[in-house]
Design a binder for this molecule. Structure first.
Ligand code: DGT
Ligand code: MG
Ligand code: MG
Ligand code: MG
Ligand code: MG
Length: 252
């Protein structure tokens, strides 16, 4: 086909191929989910239906994009890790990021009614997205450890905060003042002394987030098929990576 005189505009598109040999992480995060959680009466600090819906949307993404080896979610965010040698979309960052984000968002809306039976979606949620490249396995593990450490810190704080507000009837400001500058040990002590809560017995999903990996599971005919499974585990230490060596192909 003859080229039109307009073809030159194509040259304005920028090249955004991800560097070879690097892990490609796409992280999505709910936009303004403080407000969204309020508007949809999410349980504080953790709403099981909301977290399960996030997991369901992430499974949809992994079922479609087979080059994702692991996903990790907590709060209103999910990280998707593509194999480092993926050639999907010729490794174009904008393609990977926008396709993951768009499918995640539509799956979130699509599955909403199953998780929030009878509760209406009041307005369309959206998610931001970014692509980050990690050149070494250690960098990738440190990235995932960073996200899991984040949920630990936030959840410990939020558990204290909401117990003070909901059970001690403190105002948000009073609760914030009480917690300002406290260390993790203080917060654990406060939960135990004031509310009889042993933080380590709080539901693991709330404390650790959810990790999705592919496992070979027997189908109806006894044949092994790769299925996305949800694990609630510590991914900071070495044990998880020894038990799931296929994820990053670590030689143990
Ligand atoms: P952003 O991401 O900059 O657009 O702003 P936000 O408001 O989404 O803030 P972010 O992502 O730093 O924090 C997540 C918010 O979502 C946080 O305010 C608490 C809320 N959220 C997430 N999961 C739950 C939940 O299970 N229950 C409740 N009540 N709130 C949740
Ligand atoms: Mg934010
Ligand atoms: Mg957010
Ligand atoms: Mg967030
Ligand atoms: Mg097209």
């Amino acid at each position: 086909m003859a080229k039109s005189k307009y073809e030159y505009v194509k040259d304005f598109e920028v090249e955004d191929k991800c560097l070879p040999n690097c892990w490609i992480v796409v992280r999505i995060d709910g936009r303004g989910f403080s407000k969204f959680a309020e508007a949809h009466q999410f349980v504080k600090p953790n709403d099981i239906a909301a977290l399960e819906l996030m997991n369901r949307a992430a499974v949809t993404v992994m079922d479609d994009f087979r080059e994702i080896v692991l996903s990790y979610g907590q709060s209103d965010e999910y990280s998707f890790v593509f194999r480092k040698d993926t050639q999907l979309f010729k490794r174009r960052g904008s393609k990977l990021m926008s396709n993951v984000n768009s499918l995640f968002t539509s799956a979130y809306v699509y599955h909403w009614p199953r998780f929030f039976r009878g509760r209406e979606l009041h307005y369309p949620p959206s998610f931001d997205a970014r692509v980050v490249l990690y050149p070494t396995d250690k960098n990738l593990r440190d990235y995932l450890a960073w996200r899991q450490a984040d949920v630990h810190v936030n959840n410990l704080y939020n558990t204290c905060f909401w117990n003070l507000v909901l059970k001690r009837k403190m105002t948000a400001t009073q609760a914030e003042e009480k917690l300002r500058g406290t260390l993790a040990a203080h917060k654990n002590e406060l939960l135990f002394q004031e509310f009889g809560i042993n933080y380590n017995n709080e539901p693991p999903t709330f404390r650790k987030g959810t990790t999705l990996v592919r496992k070979l599971v027997p189908d109806g005919n006894g044949r092994l098929k790769p299925l996305v499974v949800a694990l609630v585990d510590d991914i900071i230490g070495d044990r998880f990576w020894k038990e799931n060596p296929e994820v990053i192909g670590l030689k143990s």
